[in-house]
Design a protein. Structure first.
Length: 283
């Protein structure tokens, strides 16, 4: 598994039309994380039929990108206050947030709730001003709007000192100057590596993990998704499950998976800081 210093866990916050899925697709493509047969896959984070229909993100999804020696987990967030409990569980897995904002529209009311939750968790944002290729793009105005939003959310001085990356996800480039076009997303990759802290975890203690989301497979049953907060874990390890009421029961980890791109790959060990999936959580 990844060395904890080379892991970055970040959540992405975006209004439904601001280009989140296109951005993640481009990061996957340019990092070489996509497998050959997945090269034509598009709209990675909108894979759930219901959310496509409604245009909202309901389920927590983890996309992972390999860039140089780093493993970057990008976790989606729901954009609606109706899913407040889920937002908190997702934010507990990450160490920073990417706030993706349209270069014409600026920050939208729907992103306010999740951004406020991120600030309350003490997370520092990276602001990504997307669609700078659009007619009418006004990135300087958008930055001012974002700053005003953060002030209204009682952001700390550290949270107000945010890095800004300008992008055109559609054209596949990132830049530090909206007037200067580049030919890749490298600046965004590097900003994530430099500005998102590595997980602050204890690798040597007894295994502990918070299940932040559940998936289900007709083959293996319930799949628990979350971040290992302490220690290490291997398949076929006995564990104790603790529910929200503090009730405990014994179980056994059957399989461990790490996301690479959009695929779950079976692994033989996970360490503190890793975001993983596991089977065996339904006993």
């Amino acid at each position: 598994m990844s060395l904890v210093g080379h892991v970055r866990n970040v959540a992405i916050i975006a209004h439904v039309d601001h280009g989140k899925t296109t951005l993640v697709d481009k990061l996957l493509q340019q990092s070489g994380t996509f497998s050959a047969r997945a090269q034509t896959t598009e709209r990675i984070m909108d894979s759930n039929d219901l959310e496509r229909e409604r245009g909202i993100t309901i389920l927590a999804k983890n996309t992972a990108i390999r860039w140089h020696d780093y493993h970057v987990n990008i976790v989606d967030t729901p954009g609606h206050a109706d899913f407040g409990g889920e937002v908190e569980r997702i934010l507990s897995m990450v160490d920073s947030v990417l706030l993706l904002v349209d270069a014409v529209d600026g920050p939208m009311p729907q992103t306010r709730f999740v951004t406020q939750k991120a600030f309350s968790w003490g997370l520092r944002p990276i602001v990504v001003i997307n669609k700078i290729d659009r007619d009418g793009a006004r990135p300087e105005w958008v930055v001012d709007q974002v700053f005003d939003l953060f002030v209204s959310l009682d952001a700390t001085n550290e949270q107000l000192d945010f890095p800004i990356v300008y992008t055109s996800a559609l054209l596949g480039y990132a830049t530090d100057d909206p007037a200067k076009k580049t030919d890749n997303m490298n600046l965004l990759f590097q900003t994530i590596i430099d500005k998102v802290p590595a997980p602050n975890v204890n690798i040597d203690g007894p295994f502990q993990m918070q299940i932040s989301a559940l998936d289900y497979s007709s083959y293996v049953g319930a799949i628990g998704i979350g971040r290992v907060t302490r220690g290490k874990i291997k398949p076929n390890t006995p564990i104790t499950l603790i529910d929200m009421h503090g009730k405990t029961r014994n179980s056994r980890i059957l399989q461990l998976f790490q996301t690479i791109g959009v695929e779950r790959i079976e692994i033989q060990e996970a360490s503190a800081g890793d975001i993983i999936s596991m089977t065996g959580v339904d006993g």
